[in-house]
Design a protein around this ligand. Structure first.
Ligand SMILES: [Zn+2]
Length: 255
């Protein structure tokens, strides 16, 4: 089976992918290669400095067809809903009014900090920044033949982007064959790479290294935020573009 995955060297060049399927152990990233210099306080400051903008429609390169556009437009709509739901779940934890429950358990486990209230406040600040980025005017490229769609180790990448706010996101053919819920996770993952300090993929959620990240590492790991969000706020009910595009008559949607 081919594994979707971006190599560490890809990430150091600033282009990081999302795994399509569970990467093998052999594909694990060497964590020692990564050094993060942007701490939690830098992220929190960036939140305060950003002014909420009206949602912008994504734009598309000519190589994106209607199916591709549907996957992005519907995926982004659900990604915003998922992140809104995650923020709503974290807010009472950060306030100290919720101290137990499945979200608290998941938060302290996946962000590797027993202090749920304190960690929730930090994680919440990142999700608010991510939510703003989800409304940015992002251009999508659907050149699935691009070199970025194949890792140096022979894996297949689902999507890739540069680690800068507003950067274009590339969609590989693998992105379009996963279910819509997985596409939502991919999109949250790629948008997270646009936040300060999120250049490297320290561990994907299905890698053993994910369980041994430090709290500081999890705070700048794109898949930590994508995985937590879709588990706290399910993308259930996401639109299957393969279905809506094939429907004829008045129920047919156009993208
Ligand atoms: Zn990534």
């Amino acid at each position: 089976m081919m594994h979707a995955y971006a190599t560490s060297s890809d990430c150091r060049r600033g282009r990081c992918g999302t795994p399509r399927t569970a990467p093998s152990r052999a594909a694990s990233h060497p964590l020692a290669l990564v050094h993060q210099t942007v701490g939690n306080r830098a992220v929190a400051r960036a939140v305060l400095q950003r002014t909420p903008a009206a949602p912008a429609a994504p734009t598309f390169a000519p190589n994106c067809n209607e199916f591709h556009r549907c996957n992005v437009i519907e995926g982004l709509t659900m990604a915003r809903t998922v992140v809104d739901g995650t923020i709503a779940a974290l807010t009472p934890i950060a306030a100290g009014t919720v101290t137990t429950g499945s979200v608290v358990t998941r938060l302290t486990t996946e962000f590797h900090d027993p202090d749920a209230k304190g960690r929730a406040a930090l994680v919440l600040a990142v999700y608010r920044l991510l939510r703003t980025e989800l409304d940015a005017a992002i251009r999508f490229n659907c050149d699935s033949e691009a070199g970025d769609c194949t890792s140096a180790h022979g894996g297949v990448v689902g999507a890739y982007t540069n680690c800068a706010a507003g950067a274009e996101i590339g969609l590989c053919s693998a992105f379009h064959v996963v279910g819509c819920a997985e596409q939502v996770r991919f999109l949250i993952h790629e948008y997270a790479h646009h936040l300060p300090g999120f250049c490297a993929d320290l561990a994907y959620s299905d890698q053993p290294a994910f369980a041994t990240l430090t709290a500081a590492q999890a705070m700048v790991n794109a898949d930590s935020f994508a995985f937590f969000a879709v588990n706290v706020s399910s993308p259930a009910g996401c639109v299957d573009c393969g279905t809506v595009i094939q429907i004829g008559g008045p129920r047919r949607r156009r993208y």
